[in-house]
Design a protein around this ligand. Structure first.
Ligand SMILES: [Zn+2]
Ligand SMILES: [Zn+2]
Length: 208
């Protein structure tokens, strides 16, 4: 991947910060353009269509109800999954990880679908679950330093709800230090999920 900005949709408002976002990634057909094409999967049904030259599209409405592959992100534990439904009339001999696609199944980041000879990879993008404090967090105790969260601080809240932990506190008028407590932790104290301290793509395929 040369430029992750090409792969970032403007969908962040729909999801809580830190939620893992799932994408279908294929080799781009455009000569000289971005090497990868990434389509963001959604927490609502999306209908997969292979357009001209096999370029995949995700549509909000059915293409042909008897011949669709429907993909929907569902939250299941720490990591979201993609629910895949294949209609009986679906052509293209779809396969998942090398075996025929069942009528109903789940995909996770790192899985592959082969449809009409087109390979689609499921990849994921995660960013730190960091945001300005909300009114109900002001004054709550940071679990690391035991200091209060201020109204102008940025805080880390684990996707499981644990926190708020100082991500970057506003320095006090008395010259007190900026607190970056979240960066000192390895994992969430509640769910044991590793701390997400930087933006990260996972399972992005490498094409020659
Ligand atoms: Zn703290
Ligand atoms: Zn957690």
């Amino acid at each position: 991947m040369t430029d992750s900005n090409d792969m970032r949709g403007d969908h962040s408002r729909r999801q809580p910060p830190g939620a893992q976002r799932l994408f279908l990634v294929t080799e781009s057909a455009d000569a000289g353009g971005a090497p990868l094409r990434a389509l963001e999967l959604d927490r609502a049904p999306r209908y997969l269509r292979l357009g001209a030259a096999g370029v995949p599209e995700l549509l909000a409405r059915p293409v042909r109800a008897d011949a669709d592959i429907v993909l929907e992100v569902v939250d299941a534990g720490a990591r979201p999954l993609v629910l895949v439904q294949q209609s009986p009339g679906c052509g293209g001999a779809p396969r998942v990880n090398g075996t025929p696609m069942p009528p109903l199944g789940f995909l996770r980041s790192g899985d592959q679908m082969l449809i009409c000879g087109r390979l689609l990879h499921v990849a994921s993008f995660t960013r730190p679950p960091v945001a300005p404090v909300t009114a109900n967090m002001i004054g709550r105790e940071c679990p690391l330093c035991r200091g209060p969260v201020g109204d102008r601080d940025e805080v880390y809240v684990c996707p499981c709800g644990w926190g708020p932990v100082h991500w970057r506190s506003e320095p006090g008028e008395d010259g007190s230090d900026v607190l970056e407590c979240a960066t000192l932790l390895r994992e969430c104290a509640a769910c044991k999920r590793p701390m997400i301290l930087e933006e990260r793509w996972d399972d992005v395929p490498v094409f020659d």
